[in-house]
Structures are given as C-alpha cells and as structure tokens.
Design a protein around this ligand. Structure first.
Ligand code: DGL
Length: 270
C-alpha cells in the first residue's frame, strides 16, 4: 500500500466541539488514523470577525500540514463558513471536506417540501454560507436561518436535557417552525448533542447532523482519491492537540467524543 494512505486525517475545530466529527469518523472509518486540533485557547470563534478566524485557521492548517495529513476535515461550521476558501488554497490537491458542504447536500437530499431550517452560531448565520451552499444546488429552496448562541455554553455545561435548554430551544425554534420547515440542519459542532431534545421540540422535522454527513463525505472522498487506509485490523492511532487544557476539558471532551480522551497534548500556535 502507498505510504500516503497510512497518513492521518487532519480534523480541526475552534475547540472541543469538533470531537463530535471525530466520533463520527471513528465509527464510519475505524481503520483511519486521526490527528485533531482544537483551538481551546481562543474558542469561541462563533462571535469573531472573518479576518481573525482566517488568521487562526491558517495557523491550524499549517500545523496539520506539518503533521503530514492526507486529507483535511473542517469540523467547525464557523471556520467552514468564513475560511473554507483559505483552507482549500493552503491544501493544494489534498481533499478538504467541510461540515457545511456535507450538511447542505444532505438537507437537500432529505427535504420533501424544500423548506430547510439552519441553526448555527452568529458568525455562521451572518455569513449566509449554508443558504449559499443550498441555493447553489437548488435556488428554489427556502432557507430560514437562526443563530442560537446560547446553545454552545449550555451544551458545554452538560445541560443536554435541562429545562433551561428546553425553553431556550423553544424560543429559537419558533421562527423556524412558523416557516413550516421539514428539515433542520444542526449547523454547529455542539448541536448534535442536543438531538434528543430538539427532536422533541421540533416533532416531524428531520434533523441533519453535520458530524455524520461529514464522516460519510470523508469516506467517499478518500475512496475516490484512492486514499483509504487498510490497516489490516491494527488499532488506529488517534492524537489530540489543543492550544489550552482548560478546567473540565477532559470531562467535556469525553462527552463529545463518547469515549476516553487519550494522547492529548498542548501546543501553542501563532
Ligand atoms: N465550533 C463552532 C461551530 O461549529 C462552535 C463553537 C465556537 O463558536 O467556536 O460553529
């Protein structure tokens, strides 16, 4: 097998949330080695300007390229929304997958009424990236977006089934449900953890989990490019890099990853 196939997939996010994508990748592509970078020292990105996010993103991509990854997965919706172009320029011919492209395509595949709702951070909603991605395939689709800035801290607090989160969700979902959406894109790394609650608060609406759709898109891209790793049943190698290890990081990280978080190392960028 070509040695390039043995290289890891580089996955990155503004912080801990991208571990939802790593979790989906581990399940979908159990043979693949993964290097993760989470910018925990500078999170959240969802309220920062485009210029700042682009600068931080370039530093992360540099780091992952030095780690000789074979593909890049932008796990952070906010980065994908405003700096996806920059990542692709830096990556050259390497496959670059991102949560927005994958989520938009899946939403179009599952909607029956062409009324799609998107929930995301402020920066992602303001960028209009989901609507653009959806409209590039089907301009007739109605896309209603809603920023849900309170969800990130609520999820990190572990309030996944808490009355405060439920009331918050009810408030955020009101304008979307009023538009009669039949599909809702979870356009932020943290929101897949709210799926059970959102299912109850938006009955009959199909939820699109961009972590799962990105893992599927990654599997397809690796196959198309002849980059799949057949490791002969050996344990895959997972390495996690963060720019800070804040209090409770391990607990929160393991909640996102759904398993214990080992091989964790701190590196500073920039
Ligand atoms: N990872 C971000 C996203 O998916 C959420 C956290 C942040 O604001 O940095 O948009």
């Amino acid at each position: 097998m070509n040695t390039i196939n043995r290289r890891p997939i580089g996955v990155f996010d503004s912080g801990v949330g991208g571990l939802t994508v790593v979790r989906a990748l581990m399940e979908r592509l159990p043979m693949e080695n993964i290097v993760y970078f989470g910018d925990t020292a500078r999170v959240p990105y969802g309220v920062k300007s485009r210029a700042t996010i682009e600068t931080f993103t370039a530093q992360i991509v540099d780091f992952l390229l030095q780690n000789e990854v074979k593909a890049l997965v932008i796990a952070c919706n906010t980065i994908a929304a405003v700096a996806g172009q920059r990542v692709r320029q830096m990556a050259g011919n390497m496959p670059v997958l991102d949560v927005i492209t994958a989520g938009a395509e899946t939403a179009l595949a599952v909607t029956k009424t062409n009324r799609i709702g998107v929930i995301a951070t402020n920066t992602t909603v303001n960028s209009n990236a989901y609507a653009r991605a959806i409209h590039s395939h089907n301009p007739q689709t109605r896309v209603q977006s809603q920023a849900c800035p309170l969800f990130v801290p609520l999820v990190e607090e572990g309030w996944l089934d808490h009355e405060v989160t439920r009331l918050t969700a009810r408030e955020y979902l009101k304008p979307l449900l009023a538009e009669d959406i039949d599909t809702l894109v979870l356009g932020c790394t943290h929101y897949p953890l709210l799926k059970p609650l959102l299912r109850e608060e938006a009955p009959g609406v199909t939820l699109v989990d961009s972590a799962l759709t990105s893992a599927e898109a990654t599997a397809q891209a690796l196959a198309q490019n002849g980059l799949l790793h057949d490791n002969g049943g050996m344990q895959a190698d997972y390495r996690f890099y963060v720019s800070d290890i804040p209090l409770r990081f391990q607990t929160i990280g393991e909640r996102f990853l759904g398993r214990s978080l080992e091989q964790l190392e701190m590196v500073s960028l920039g």
